[in-house]
Design a protein around this ligand. Structure first.
Ligand SMILES: [Zn+2]
Length: 304
């Protein structure tokens, strides 16, 4: 079903190999085909595996089965190592919908509930999606890192995950991937968009959680994080890094620029092509950084 047709390698194998190579996979959210084209083009440019993510809101807008069908067709046309994740899934019904549509991974998110309820609901969803296809990876979330990949007035979240709750959560739920709160946050402050401030991660906590959990780890809310913190987080055991707000900021900026360039231009693909190229550069740059190929903004990158 899902993975065999999306890519020649299974997501679990790619994660294991990336970890051995000291790299993390980028996870880039898409809400429409312009963003999907940008992410796929970046995967083709860099030849670096990545995850395409879609939250419930993004899936509702795109269409769950329609997005899965497009990613499947991309996998059939090329050997591009792209995988599909159902990001932040808040119900059993939505988790099953994504699993049946052929997603490679389902991010189950009951982290807003008390710990015991988070455990119970996550475990139930893990068992349900594995019954659809045992190869689908299940991610679970603990801690509070705020909600929404948007520009924010103030810092959200703050309750960091502990190694002990990470261990308990993984053991009790059977998840393959854990998303802890380690100083990360969804969305960006305006000062982060301007590049004046950066997010910083609790690297020692990541080391301890990795040791306690013994699973793959995802870092949500990566947008606006200090490059050096990303590098240290990957070395500490982070396997997947989510970037969404940075793509949305670049999408809006480049769309505005493209529309303003010629007020009489009405051809959609002429307006949207520069948007695809702009977002593609952000994705490529992040993917390379997560593999340890540090690329300065504006630098011409060359990869082997
Ligand atoms: Zn997230």
């Amino acid at each position: 079903m899902a993975i065999e047709t999306f890519s020649k390698d299974k997501l679990r194998d790619v994660l294991v190999r990336s970890e051995q190579e000291g790299a993390a996979l980028g996870h880039f959210n898409v809400a429409d085909q312009t963003l999907l084209k940008a992410v796929v083009a970046a995967a083709a440019d860099t030849k670096i595996p990545l995850l395409i993510g879609a939250s419930e809101g993004e899936r509702d807008f795109f269409g769950v089965r329609q997005l899965a069908a497009l990613v499947k067709s991309i996998g059939q046309e090329s050997d591009m190592p792209v995988f599909l994740n159902a990001d932040h899934t808040h119900s059993l019904a939505k988790a099953l919908e994504a699993a049946r549509a052929g997603f490679d991974c389902v991010g189950i998110d009951f982290s807003a509930l008390p710990f015991d309820q988070n455990v119970a609901r996550t475990k139930e969803a893990v068992q349900a999606i594995k019954a659809v296809n045992p190869a689908i990876l299940a991610e679970g979330e603990i801690g509070d890192i705020g909600t929404g990949s948007e520009i924010k007035e103030a810092v959200q979240g703050g309750k960091l995950s502990t190694p002990e709750e990470a261990r308990q959560f993984v053991e009790a739920t059977g998840i393959d991937i854990l998303a802890p709160a380690v100083g990360n946050m969804h969305g960006m402050l305006e000062s982060m968009v301007q590049g004046k401030t950066k997010k910083h991660l609790d690297i020692e906590r990541i080391v301890q959680i990795k040791r306690a959990a013994g699973t793959f780890l995802t870092l949500h809310g990566g947008s606006g994080t200090e490059d050096e913190d990303f590098r240290k987080a990957v070395a500490a055991g982070i396997n997947i890094i989510h970037i969404n707000t940075e793509l949305r900021v670049e999408w809006r900026r480049s769309l505005g620029e493209s529309l303003a360039r010629d007020p009489n231009e009405v051809v959609p693909y002429k307006i949207l092509r520069p948007v695809v190229d702009s977002v593609r550069q952000v994705v490529s740059s992040r993917s390379r950084l997560f593999r340890g190929e540090l690329v300065r903004p504006g630098a011409v990158a060359s990869v082997a």
